[in-house]
Ligand binder design. Sequence first.
Ligand code: BTN
Length: 298
Amino acid sequence: MERWKVEKGSSERKIIYEEYAQKHKMKTLNIEAIESKLVDTIFNRKIIYEQVVSSTNIIAKEIALKGYPEGTIVIAETQIAGRGRLGRKWESPSGTGIWLSLILRPDIMPVQAPFITLITALSITKALNEVMGLSPGIKWPNDIIYNNLKVCGILTEMDAQTDKVNFVIVGIGINVNNDLEDFQTDIRYKATSLKEVKGKRVSREKLIIGVLKSFEQIYDKALSCGIDERFKRRILDEYIKYSITIGNRVKVIGIKGEKEGRAVDVTGEGELVIITSDGKEEIINSGEVSVRGINGYI
Ligand code: BTN
C-alpha cells in the first residue's frame, strides 16, 4: 500500500515504538482469527493490516475515497502520527493497543453522523463489560474511562455533501497491553490500559471481535429505522446510564474561553446540554470544546 507522508519526528517515534515491541517481546495480531469470527457481520472482508502506518484514520480515508466498501477495517500495530480529538496526538506503541479504523457508508443526513460516535462509545463500553467483566464509564463525548483514567478514545471523521454522507471513518484507540511507562508524561496521569486494570495481559483479538460485534448490533438497528426518534431516545438513555459526565458539574473549555455548569443531557445530535451557573441552558458541540470535571480531568 502507498505510504503516507508523516509529520516531522515520526521516524524517531517509529524507532522508539519498534525497540519497545522487541524489548517486551510483543506478539503481533492474529488477523485470520479475527476475520474468521466476523464472517456473519458487515465486517466480513479481508482486514487491511499493516505493521506501521501514519494513522489508520488517514489510510481508511484514502481508501474510502478510492471506493472501498462499508465494513472495511484498517488495523495497525503502530501509528507514527496517530491522531486524537481537537488536533491532539495519539500515542500508539507497537503491539500494545488496538489502533483500528472502520469505513462506514450509512444512509443518513450529515447532521445525524455524530450519533455514530455515541453508538461507538456505547458498544465499546458494552464489549468491555461482556468480554472482560469491566464496568467503565463514558466521559462525554467519547472517552472510555476506568478508575478516572482514559482507556479508550474515538475519533470520527466524515466526508459529506450538504444532504448526503459519503462515508464516515470511525477511529478507535484502546490501550490494551500498554505499561504505564508507555505513556508520555503529559498523559501518564490521565491514561491507563486494560493490562494495568486487570493485572495481566489481555487478548487484543478477543476484544476486537467483541467490540465489532457489539458495534454491529447497534449500528444495524440504527440504520434499519433511519435513526428514528424512538431509537435515538433508547440509545441516548443507555448512553446516559454509562455517562460519568451527565449529572455532574463540568468546565467547558472552548476557543471563546471557559464556562462552568451542570451537565444535564445529551441531544440526538450528540451535543451536551449544560445549565450554567446563572441558570441558562447551553448546548455544547463536541467539535469545539474540551470538557473537564470541576476537580480535574474527569
Ligand atoms: C481521542 O480520544 O482524542 C481520540 C483518539 C482516537 C485514536 C484512534 S487510534 C486509531 C485511529 N487512528 C488515529 O489516528 N486515531 C484513531
